[in-house]
Design a protein around this ligand. Structure first.
Ligand SMILES: Nc1ncnc2c1ncn2[C@@H]1O[C@H](COP(=O)(O)OP(=O)(O)OP(=O)(O)O)[C@@H](O)[C@H]1O
Ligand SMILES: [Mg+2]
Length: 344
């Protein structure tokens, strides 16, 4: 395998957190990183938490929200705070897989073809409006997310170690869109649904904007808080966060219940066409480990699982037609299953 060709990666400057620092120092630095994001973005705690969780687990985020809810600002702030290379890709109907991955290009001066890396060869990718592009381009992205490598012309190129994709979808737009295939949704660690800020927060957003001199992001997030090497080491720390025996069993029981919800609540019989896969159990455990770490703990508590179960499960459940006709949503189903679980 071949290392990804280096693009215009900025020099990794020394930062507050050296890669050799101990795990507790590193955890404190990640907690500081999360706090720094809240300096740049008002509220949207759900999004900010989930972004850091995905970063800490090597997972990817699917974010659904109307325009103007700070999706771009938040991911840019994260990229700055971890000193990552960042690339936004606007997904359009005419995009081709090679526009993402890169392709072999003939170099007349060299008399041969050379691989020219596409925009996916960055640490953090914002895949905007992923449902505006046809299935083969979505597949190229989702395959890269899963494999963390790209194969072109029989040659395999590794993506950066941090490689983190945040894909967005606008819930209001359906015409001319290509819904992501159910099977591919499973590749997203979390599916986050954003809401409008509160009235107070909206006023703060306005005040913050008016107080800004230039167009740079305000606050500490404009400074690197941890470096990329520390993020990769923190991923190892997160994998060591303790998940107790009872919680492990509860995770498996919850995920299995999405396939047979009537085992928890009789009225949910024949509501689900397809439940969550075993990958969902791993996703819930890993995300809960990251949330625990972000909260300064080295062990998962039931509240971590309760907080994350909706984001882990909502995109992995396919409801039956009858359920849809009765107005049942995947979110309501997850809540029912949670309430019937040992977490409560
Ligand atoms: N919670 C917030 N905190 C700080 N700024 C915010 C917040 N919400 C919105 N903004 C400001 O509103 C503007 C729009 O934000 P941004 O471009 O990040 O939204 P978006 O969700 O990416 O929108 P789109 O879906 O159109 O791409 C920016 O100037 C941003 O700073
Ligand atoms: Mg945007």
């Amino acid at each position: 395998m071949i290392a990804a060709p280096s693009l215009d990666a900025p020099a990794r400057q020394a930062s507050a957190q050296s890669p050799s620092a101990g795990s507790s120092t590193r955890q404190a630095a990640i907690v500081a990183l999360r706090a720094a994001l809240s300096q740049a973005i008002v509220g949207q705690d759900l999004l900010l938490d989930r972004m850091v969780i995905a970063l800490l687990t090597g997972g990817h985020l699917l974010v659904e929200g109307v325009p103007g809810l700070a999706k771009t600002s938040a991911i840019k702030a994260l990229a700055q705070a971890v000193h990552a290379t960042f690339q936004r890709v606007q997904f359009t109907p005419d995009l081709l897989p090679g526009d993402l991955t890169g392709s072999d290009v003939y170099m007349p001066a060299e008399g041969k073809s050379r691989f020219v890396a596409g925009p996916l060869f960055h640490d953090i990718i914002l895949a905007d409006e992923i449902n505006r592009t046809p299935a083969k381009v979505q597949s190229a992205l989702l395959e890269a997310m899963q494999e963390r490598q790209i194969t072109v012309g029989g040659q395999t190129y590794m993506l950066p170690g941090m490689f983190f994709v945040m894909a967005t979808q606008n819930p209001l737009e359906h015409s001319g869109t290509y819904p992501l295939p159910e099977a591919q949704l499973d590749r997203f660690l979390l599916h986050v649904v954003l809401d409008y800020p509160s009235a107070e927060q909206e006023r703060m957003i306005l005040d913050m904007d008016l107080a800004k001199a230039g167009d740079t992001l305000a606050g500490a997030a404009s400074m690197p808080v941890v470096d990329a090497a520390a993020v990769l080491e923190a991923r190892q720390d997160v994998r060591r966060v303790h998940v107790a025996e009872t919680l492990r069993q509860a995770i498996v029981d919850l995920v299995r219940a999405t396939r047979h919800p009537e085992s928890r609540k009789a009225s949910l019989k024949s509501m689900v066409g397809a439940g969550a896969s075993p990958r969902a159990a791993l996703a819930l455990a890993h995300a809960a480990q990251a949330l625990a770490y972000l909260r300064g703990r080295d062990y998962v508590i039931p509240d971590d699982l309760i907080a994350l179960a909706p984001d882990v499960l909502r995109h992995r459940i396919v409801l039956d037609l009858e359920a849809e006709l009765r107005g049942l949503t995947a979110d309501a189903l997850v809540q029912d299953l949670l309430h019937a679980s040992v977490f409560f």
